[in-house]
Design a protein around this ligand. Structure first.
Ligand code: ZN
Length: 420
C-alpha cells in the first residue's frame, strides 16, 4: 500500500514536471513574448539597458541587418525551478554547446534563487555569450569561441573594476583571443614572458586553467584595451597553482610568498646532447696529478670548435689564459653568481662587455691541462662553487620585506579570493 502511494506521488510529481516544462516551452515560444529590436550595435550594455527599460525577461530577438548570424536572446531565471540543462534543451540549444558549457563551468548549475542568466544564441542554435549577474558588484560573461568558453569576471571595486579572464583551453588560442579585444600587444609579450617564468608554457595542456588579472578604471562593459592594465596571472596545472601579481607603483611581479618572479632560468652553455665526462665533486681523483682535489665544475665532452653560449645575462669579468684552465672566461651575473668557461680555443668577448643570455661567447678547445677536448664549466654562488646540474634558476630572488610584504600579501589574498 505504502509502495502504491509512493508510486502515485512520483507519478504526480512527474506530471507536474512535464506540465511545468510545457508551460515554459509555450511561454518561451509564444509570439507575445518575442520582442524585436533593430540592433546596429550588439553592445552588451545597450542590450541590457533595453531589456531593463522594457522589463523584458523572457525572450528577445535581436534583428541584426548586417550580420547573417541573427542573434536571439533568452533569459534563464532560477525561480523557473527547472535545471539549466533542461531549460536550454527545451529552447533547442545544441546539446554539445550545453554540455561544453556545463562541463567547463559547473558553477552555472548552482546559481542562486532568483539570479538570472542571459543567453545570446546564434541562429545555428549555438550559445555565443552568457551574462550572469552574480550580484550588484559582480558580473560574469562567458564568451564562446570554437565551442570553448572564455570566462570574463567583472568585479566593481572602489572606483575601478577588477577583470579576471579565465580559460581552460589552448594557451596560444586564448592569448590570441584576448589580444583582439582586451589587451595591448605589449601586455601579451609580458604574459608570455611571465608564464615562462612561473611555469613551462610548452607543457601547458587543455584543462589547465589560466587566469589573467586586469584592472580597469572605466565602464564595466567597455573592455577598451587602453584602459586595461595587466596586474597578474594565475596558472593551475598538475594540481599546482602558480601566481604572478604586481602591486601598484611596482613593476615587478611576485608570487604568493612575495618573491619576485622576474628572475631568469639559465640555459646550458652547449646546444645539443650533453656528454658529461667528469662530474662536480668535492673529492675527485685528478686524472693528471693523481691527487684527491675538488672538481669545481663539470666537464662536457665537445669537439674543438663547438659554440659556447652565455647561460644568463651578465657582464664579462675576465678573459684570460692560465696554464691549467687554458683560455678561459669569467662572467659576473650581477647577483652573486659567477660562471666560468675553461679550455677554450678562442674567446669572442672582451672584459667589461655586457652580454645577454644565449650570446655566443667562445669556441671550445683543448687549451690548458686536459686529457682531451672539452668544456670545463663552473657556477659559483657568492664564493662557493656549486654543482651546475643542481641549479635551476640563476638570478637571485627579489623579495618584499616588512610593510611592503604585509601590503602585498593583503592585496594578494583579496585578488585571489575573486579567482576560482
Ligand atoms: Zn674539469
Amino acid at each position: 500500500m505504502r509502495q502504491l502511494i509512493s508510486d502515485k506521488s512520483n507519478i504526480i510529481l512527474f506530471f507536474k514536471y512535464i506540465i511545468k516544462i510545457l508551460i515554459i516551452f509555450l511561454l518561451n515560444n509564444s509570439i507575445l513574448n518575442k520582442k524585436y529590436i533593430d540592433n546596429k550595435n550588439t553592445n552588451v550594455e545597450n542590450i541590457l539597458n533595453i531589456l531593463n527599460a522594457k522589463k523584458i525577461d523572457k525572450l528577445l530577438y535581436i534583428k541584426n541587418k548586417d550580420n547573417k548570424d541573427n542573434i536571439y536572446f533568452i533569459k534563464y531565471n532560477n525561480s523557473l525551478n527547472i535545471s539549466l540543462y533542461d531549460f536550454l534543451f527545451i529552447n533547442n540549444i545544441k546539446t554539445n554547446s550545453i554540455k561544453n558549457l556545463i562541463n567547463q563551468f559547473p558553477k552555472l548549475n548552482k546559481i542562486k534563487y532568483n539570479q538570472s542568466l542571459y543567453f545570446f544564441i546564434l541562429k545555428n542554435k549555438n550559445i555565443s555569450k552568457i551574462i550572469w549577474n552574480v550580484s550588484n558588484k559582480e558580473k560574469i560573461i562567458f564568451e564562446c569561441i570554437n565551442n570553448n568558453f572564455i570566462e570574463i569576471k567583472v568585479i566593481n571595486l572602489k572606483n575601478k573594476k577588477l577583470i579576471i579572464i579565465s580559460s581552460l583551453f589552448n594557451i596560444n588560442f586564448f592569448i590570441n583571443n584576448i589580444k583582439k579585444n582586451i589587451l595591448n600587444d605589449n601586455y601579451i609579450k609580458t604574459i608570455k614572458s611571465i608564464l615562462n617564468k612561473i611555469t613551462n608554457i610548452n607543457k601547458l595542456k587543455t584543462g589547465d586553467k589560466i587566469s589573467i588579472i586586469i584592472l580597469n578604471y572605466n565602464n564595466i562593459y567597455n573592455l577598451n584595451k587602453s584602459n586595461n592594465k595587466l596586474i597578474g596571472i594565475k596558472v593551475y596545472t598538475n594540481n599546482k597553482k602558480y601566481y604572478a601579481l604586481k602591486l601598484k607603483n611596482d613593476n615587478k611581479f611576485y608570487d604568493q610568498n612575495a618573491n619576485s618572479v622576474n628572475y631568469n632560468k639559465f640555459i646550458f652553455p652547449i646546444i645539443g646532447k650533453i656528454n658529461i665526462t667528469s662530474n662536480f665533486s668535492n673529492k675527485r681523483l685528478n686524472p693528471i696529478t693523481n691527487r684527491i682535489s675538488p672538481h669545481n665544475g663539470i666537464d662536457i665532452k665537445v669537439p674543438i670548435g663547438t659554440s659556447i653560449f652565455s647561460i644568463c645575462d651578465g657582464i664579462i669579468k675576465k678573459v684570460s689564459y692560465d696554464k691549467n684552465a687554458g683560455n678561459f672566461i669569467v662572467i659576473d651575473h650581477n647577483n652573486n653568481y659567477i660562471t666560468k668557461y675553461m679550455h677554450l680555443n678562442k674567446s669572442l668577448v672582451k672584459t667589461g662587455q655586457i652580454i645577454k643570455k644565449g650570446d655566443l661567447i667562445a669556441i671550445s678547445g683543448n687549451s690548458g691541462r686536459t686529457t682531451g677536448p672539452h668544456l670545463h664549466f663552473e657556477i659559483w654562488d657568492k664564493k662557493k662553487a656549486i654543482n651546475p646540474l643542481n641549479v635551476k634558476k640563476l638570478n637571485k630572488l627579489h623579495k618584499l620585506y616588512g610593510n611592503k610584504k604585509i601590503e602585498f600579501i593583503k592585496f594578494f589574498n583579496k585578488i585571489n579570493s575573486y579567482i576560482d
